[in-house]
Ligand binder design. Structure first.
Ligand SMILES: [Zn+2]
Length: 104
């Protein structure tokens, strides 16, 4: 399959080629950085335990993800910096040569 025309690809090779990823629950990165997006399709990740408002939002928006594939401490920008949704992980894992880790 030729995926070069895929709208989700925007040069992520620069920071995700050969990366080590781990499947985990999304957690707020910082107090003022409490959600994230898939590095490919921009699907939204949220932590329902961050606040009652977040829990309600996640409950009302079934498209919001609460787990996905995150970079680990081996990534130059560190653990949890980039997130990939399960769909994009399956679609691009071969192209990007990702390693799946079981520890973060
Ligand atoms: Zn995605």
């Amino acid at each position: 399959m030729d995926a070069d025309g895929d709208w989700r690809l925007r040069g992520q090779e620069d920071f995700l080629l050969g990366a080590e990823l781990v499947l985990k629950r999304y957690r707020a990165y910082r107090e003022d950085w409490e959600h994230d997006h898939c590095a490919f399709c921009w699907a939204k990740f949220m932590d329902p335990d961050f606040s009652p408002e977040h829990k309600r939002w996640v409950g009302e928006h079934p498209d919001v993800l609460t787990e996905g594939y995150a970079t680990t401490a081996s990534h130059p920008q560190g653990a949890d910096y980039f997130w990939v949704c399960p769909t994009c992980f399956e679609d691009f894992r071969d192209r990007f040569g990702w390693h799946l880790s079981d520890t973060s």
